[in-house]
Design a protein around this ligand. Structure first.
Ligand code: NAI
Length: 396
């Protein structure tokens, strides 16, 4: 197993406890370096910098699973990984609390006008006044996108005494006393604080633009800690300058520097009551540690039981633990007839099937067959040869 990019020590410890032979590297490897190192690796662990391209995967003859010790998986060629029967896991919820805490902190700071007051103090200006300062208690918080982050924020905001409204494109259960809005407009017209927690799908590009700002209340507080392209940044700038938006906290931008050495360029620089942060909503020690526990558990589960729950690219199957049986794990191209061929082979050799689980996605089929202990070894050879097989392995 090869773990790159200084993955959290708890992950290394967990995986060694599981019996993996773990090698670590502090940095990401270049494509050429990785093409060489990957040859004998069964499990690869990366964070966001390592590019796992098709060329890398072509060299990965033994690779079974990739653990992305982060949220995003854009750095991995998922299509190629799936074609080659390599399961990919990430840590989609491990940093949600960190994002929620930042959102809570920012809305309290912004509704009190603290960013401007702090700047003035550093300039030696003592501006003691209650003008334009409010409590969040009793205010309406409008959460757009009621997923992992939106729902947690909903709970914490209610604990602060806020009234929570939410809008989601899918049917979502309201937590606590939160009120579901039937449309985005309904939310925008009522909320004192608008906060975005939608995912980064293409169709969400500029979902908040001039029309949406127009609908918002005068003096609204606006937060975006989701994805940069979701907000029309120039429209936001105009609405801050006009005073329509009384304060904003922005953590994500349509264009973000690729490294800490690059200058951050944005029309939002220098605006009043504006908190700008460098995409660190989810970046805390606790989140890194959570990821360090979460991803190894997924990897171990996949290797030891075949379970793919929460896999990014494999059909998700959660499997029961097995007693007195063998488990056959078969990954194949999603074309008709493969499962029939597998079962015909098993029937012809008199193998007794104890349980069978199948799930497919567009690219592959994932079939788990638990069989009675006594079986003819020849059947395994025959199963490997079933047409359209990508990978096959036997557990226990
Ligand atoms: P999630 O997938 O659990 O929730 C997203 C929700 O938004 C879903 O319920 C979905 O139905 C809804 N949605 C999508 N498009 C919508 C639309 N047009 N209108 C209304 N609802 C819509 O995602 P999660 O984990 O809650 O993350 C939310 C966002 O936060 C993501 O964009 C993620 O990339 C970002 N994020 C940012 C971090 C940071 O460092 N600033 C760290 C972690 C996540």
């Amino acid at each position: 197993m090869l773990l790159l990019e200084n993955v959290h020590p708890v992950a290394v410890a967990r995986l060694r406890e599981e019996g993996f032979n773990v090698e670590t590297e502090k940095k990401a490897l270049s494509e050429d370096e990785l093409c060489e190192r990957i040859k004998d690796v069964s499990v690869l662990g990366i964070r966001s910098k390592t590019q796992v391209t098709r060329r890398v995967l072509d060299n990965a003859k033994r690779l079974m699973v990739i653990g992305a010790f982060c949220i995003g998986t854009n750095q991995i060629d998922l299509k190629a990984a799936t074609e080659k029967g390599i399961a990919v896991f990430n840590a989609p919820f491990s940093n949600t609390r960190s994002v929620v805490e930042l959102a809570v902190g920012e809305m309290i700071m912004l509704i009190r006008n603290i960013p401007d007051k702090s700047v003035k103090m550093h300039q030696g200006i003592w501006d003691k006044s209650a003008k334009g300062s409010y409590e969040v208690r009793g205010k309406k918080l409008g959460i757009i996108g009621y997923g992992n982050i939106g729902t947690q924020l909903s709970v914490l905001a209610e604990a602060l005494g806020m009234k929570v409204l939410y809008y989601d494109r899918e049917e979502k259960l309201a937590l606590g006393n939160a009120v579901k809005c039937r449309s985005l407009n309904e939310l925008l017209e009522q909320a004192d604080v608008v906060t975005l927690h939608v995912d980064g799908r293409e169709s969400n590009t500029n979902m908040i633009g001039p029309r949406e700002f127009e609908l918002m209340k005068n003096g609204v507080i606006f937060l975006n800690l989701s994805r940069g392209h979701v907000v029309d940044i120039n429209a936001l700038r105009e609405n801050i300058l006009s005073g329509k938006v009384a304060g904003c906290g922005i953590d994500v931008f349509p264009e973000e520097p690729a490294s800490n050495d690059e200058e951050f360029v944005s029309p939002l620089r220098g605006l009043p009551n504006t908190i700008l942060t460098p995409h660190i909503g989810g970046s805390t020690s606790e989140a890194q540690e959570n990821i360090g526990y979460f991803v190894p558990a997924k990897i171990a589960d996949y290797i030891n039981t075949g379970s793919t729950s929460n896999s990014v690219n494999f059909p998700n199957l959660t499997l029961p633990t097995l007693k007195d049986a063998h488990r056959l794990i078969h990954i194949h191209e999603n074309v008709p007839g493969v499962i029939a061929r597998i079962n015909r082979l098993l029937a012809d050799t008199g193998v007794n099937i104890v349980g069978q689980y199948l799930k497919t996605n567009e690219q592959i089929g994932y079939v788990i067959t638990d069989i009675n202990k006594a079986y003819d070894k020849e059947v395994i050879k025959a199963l490997r040869k079933v047409e359209h097989t990508i990978k096959f392995r036997v557990l226990y």
